[in-house]
Design a binder for this molecule. Structure first.
Ligand SMILES: [Ca+2]
Length: 295
């Protein structure tokens, strides 16, 4: 069975929750195994609200990691997290979650080498995994663990329809900018990016039922009529496991992020480890597919 680690900023936007629902439902159906969730931004109710959401979805045995230092990203919308946090059982506070780098190292070292990562937030945690040395979990470096255990990484980040594009997950602050630069430079496995331009005009979550807690979270965010679909598109792409089948054209090459500005650049190369996706169909095609999965 395909195994996934889900990385999320779970920060100010609600599209992370739609992505999480897609993965949790696939996990519940036995289509995939979700090994763990790494939260790469830290607000007051981050870990409790992630666990609360999972419990409401009927999935409650997935380990959480968090970057407790990731408190300095820009933006505030705490309400949906505050409302989900009371549903937590095991992670009553952020400190109850394992350090996210340790979680990744542990999950990777325990795995058979078939792991895929879906990352819909900031990249400093994966970057720090790549920079990590051997420890009590494994004598292997993070680079070795990633090379041996990770098959593919699906990332929502970047703006690829222009050279020097600026996008939130790369650009938010120096933590995200430096993390993104390190990730693109060091990551030894294939990465597919879904960029800002792909998801911005695909609106999903606009058909949720009024008594659905995901609808309440969308309302708490100010998105009762739906939201751009960056994160759920990335989750769906990862689940389908193939860009073309998921409805995208791809450009292969090498991505680069400027650590000072967070701007992204791309050098085309048919043999490159990086790809970014481009829409093949009209936006409503993708919105329908996401709504079908989250309604
Ligand atoms: Ca996100």
């Amino acid at each position: 069975m395909r195994e996934f680690i889900f990385g999320t900023d779970w920060w100010t936007d609600c599209d992370d929750l739609a992505a999480m629902r897609i993965l949790l439902r696939a996990h519940k159906k036995g289509e995939i195994k979700l090994l763990g969730v790494g939260i790469n931004a830290c607000m007051e109710h981050s870990a409790p609200s992630v666990e609360g959401f999972m419990n409401l979805e009927g999935v409650n045995v997935i380990p959480l990691g968090i970057d407790l230092e990731g408190t300095d990203f820009e933006g505030t919308h705490l309400k949906y997290q505050k409302n989900l946090a009371p549903f937590a059982v095991n992670y009553k506070k952020n400190e109850d979650a394992e350090d996210a780098v340790r979680l990744y190292r542990r999950l990777l070292s325990e795995s058979d080498g078939n792991v895929e990562i879906v990352e819909v937030g900031f990249l400093q945690v994966i970057a720090n995994v790549l920079l990590s040395g051997g420890d009590d979990i494994s004598p292997k470096s993070g680079l070795e663990l990633m090379r041996e255990k990770v098959k593919k990484i699906w990332v929502m980040a970047g703006k690829w329809d222009e050279e020097g594009g600026k996008e939130h997950n790369f650009c938010n602050n120096c933590r995200s900018r430096e993390g993104a630069e390190t990730f693109c430079r060091l990551c030894p496995v294939p990465v597919t990016f879904l960029g800002f331009e792909v998801g911005v005009n695909i609106i999903s979550g606009n058909e949720l039922l009024y008594d659905d807690f995901l609808y309440k979270a969308f309302c708490d965010h100010g998105s009762k009529n739906g939201r751009s679909s960056w994160d759920p598109l990335t989750a769906l792409l990862a689940l389908m496991g193939d860009e073309e089948t998921a409805g995208y054209d791809t450009v292969s090459g090498k991505a680069f992020v400027d650590a000072k500005t967070g701007r992204n650049y791309f050098t085309e190369d048919k043999l490159g480890l990086h790809k970014y996706v481009k829409l093949k169909y009209e936006e409503k095609y993708y919105a329908y597919k996401i709504n079908e999965l989250i309604n």
